[in-house]
Design a binder for this molecule. Structure first.
Ligand SMILES: [Zn+2]
Ligand SMILES: [Zn+2]
Length: 361
């Protein structure tokens, strides 16, 4: 099969032929239908996130089950599915508490680096996030898979497992935004637009989108923003004015320390700053401590929507099919695997919300 392989940071990916081993008893083999280009993969490409090489990136995928291992229950050949990075064991303390996405005993293959299911002439090729979705097929642990309801288009569905889940979940589960709240969302890419949409679903009274790019602000309005503000100098003052004294929740979906601090300064008393955007490794967040205490502020993080993804993916798909979830405008363009490097250039330049690789099997 064909896969996009990254051999070192800051080099382009190359499309090469590789072999796939499995499924083993707990695994599922999936023919990939669509795979979204997410910013998290870019952290490996840029060198901001350390990784073993060579590697197949990609983690936001949909597809059709080709084969299931002997221990897999509830999935069968022909099922239409979405994958997620949150593979989990189901019996550790975090899983038992309902936080599968934080599982501390992920059921990886033994010596996963040497035993990756992706091989090239016997040589292991790493599988990003235990998925490796920039490829025609994947072999993944069954806990990384969620079944889709009938009628859900696979190209749109690919975004459910990362951008949509991370964005909406951070609002409804991570921060548990209450109806009537004032919400600010800084950074309106694929995830940020879904934070905006999550705030709308949660019944926020005011949703202000902040970004440097006017095209993204226009998109934010489609996803439910009640107002938009251009980021940069004066943004804190402008938000304080528009919210009449500060927001209840500010979501930082960029991952830059100076922007995180700006987000904190936009809060009202007892407000919550929610960190969603992934910063560089080793980056710190700095906020004025006295203000934090005196005004009882909170700073929290949210990863993968803070929710067991198998519980919410079918719900999101149904909301989409009922016309209550906006997903179509997220897909800026459908591209071939061979166009992946150009797709990332466009993502980094801020020209696209999401490019989705569509496989032509
Ligand atoms: Zn992602
Ligand atoms: Zn666990």
């Amino acid at each position: 099969m064909k896969a996009a392989i990254l051999r070192a940071a800051r080099t382009p990916m190359s499309i090469e032929t590789v072999q796939l081993d499995g499924p083993r008893p707990e695994e599922v083999r999936i023919r990939v239908a669509a795979s979204g280009l997410c910013h998290s993969d870019y952290h490996v490409m840029s060198g901001d996130m350390g990784s073993a090489f060579p590697i197949v990136l990609g983690h936001e995928a949909s597809g059709v089950v080709e084969a299931v291992g002997s221990d897999v229950r509830g999935l069968a050949r022909g099922d239409r599915v979405v994958t997620c990075t949150s593979i989990y064991c189901g019996h550790c303390g975090d899983c038992q508490a309902g936080h599968n996405h934080l599982c501390g005993e992920k059921p990886l293959r033994e010596h996963p680096q040497a035993n990756s299911p992706i091989r090239q002439n016997g040589e292991p090729i790493q599988q990003f996030c235990n998925l490796g979705a920039f490829a025609e097929e994947m072999v993944v642990h069954h806990s990384a898979v969620s079944k889709l309801p009938e009628g859900m288009p696979l190209d749109i569905a690919s975004l459910l497992g990362c951008a949509v889940l991370t964005g909406i979940g951070s609002v409804t589960e991570g921060a548990q935004v209450r109806p009537g709240s004032k919400v600010v969302v800084i950074g309106c890419g694929g995830v940020g637009l879904n934070v905006v949409q999550g705030a709308r679903l949660a019944g926020a009274a005011q949703i202000i989108a902040v970004d440097l790019n006017p095209a993204k602000l226009a998109m934010a309005s489609i996803f439910g923003a009640t107002g938009t503000v251009t980021g940069g100098e004066g943004v804190v003052e402008r938000i304080m004015e528009l919210t009449d004294g500060g927001a209840d929740y500010v979501f930082e979906v960029v991952g830059i320390p100076a922007v995180q601090r700006q987000g904190f300064l936009m809060l009202r008393r007892r407000g919550t700053l929610v960190l969603v955007g992934l910063p560089r490794m080793g980056s710190d967040v700095s906020v004025p401590a006295l203000t934090m205490i005196a005004r009882e502020m909170r700073v929290i993080g949210s990863v993968m929507g803070s929710v067991p993804f198998q519980r919410v993916i079918p719900t999101y798909a149904k909301l989409y099919l009922e016309g209550r979830l906006t997903l179509d405008p997220l897909v800026s363009q459908r591209i071939a695997l061979e166009e992946i490097n150009r797709g990332y250039e466009q993502l980094i330049a801020g020209e696209t919300a999401r490019s989705v690789i569509v496989f032509d099997h």
